[in-house]
Write a protein that binds this ligand. Sequence first.
Ligand code: 8IG
Length: 276
Amino acid sequence: MDLDDLATDPFDVAAQAARVIADATGVARHDVALVLGSGWGGAADLIGETVAEIPSHDVPGFTRPAVVGHVGTIRSIRLTGAPGAQPRHALVLGSRTHLYEGLGVRRVVHGVRTAAAAGARQLVLTNGCGGLDPAWAPGTPVLISDHINLTATSPLEGATFIDLTDLYSARLRGLAHEVDPTLPEGVYVQFRGPHYETPAEVAMAGRMGGHLVGMSTTLEAIAARQAGLEVLGISLVTNAAAGVSDQPLSHAEVLEAGAAAGPRISALLAQIIARL
Ligand code: 8IG
């Protein structure tokens, strides 16, 4: 089955991918799914015990990661839960396909659809992004409260009208705030990339009501809502957005901020997952 063939139903490919994952991991049903973005790669190690790790290109519909710093595996993790409790499993998607790769929106959201087909009811989307608030130093985690999708596209095909009110679940944000009441919230603005914004575009994003700028997440969140998943979005501000500080932007800076914040955001994520 070819995901790029418009005659193919992308949900059929997702179902096939979910079967391959169930067979390869021996885990019939995953309860939650995580997408790990820039800076979040180490977070999975703290949430539980890895049961199996599969190269994502072995799973139908997945592609190789295009970016240094992104991990190309799908992991099944047995969550550390209360003693005697029914064990829960997380599916960790370490590779994300970005819209800027030009492979089409179906590829971008295939991991999310696969997670839903694998049984997940909740999805945690993480990313690295630029921050508009000068108070957010590189390494600051921010809960996504809502988004503005500036990609001019959608993962939904045909006359599929989906309500996006409370897309980033207020309930799940509440759980995150139980772990860390100081976590700020912000509106995430997705640009296509792969270039960073001009200062004028960042100023526009701010006037529109945005607080974070990035190149992922919104299309995945929309697909997640369509699939009935409850969504939590967490951004790691790895850099001040263009024009917010006098520093130029670099991918090296992004990787550095991610590495420095790693232990703190990993612990944060582990505690949130434990409460889902
Ligand atoms: I990491 O400043 C990261 N990703 N669009 N802008 C956009 N994407 C990003 C940025 C940024 N930093």
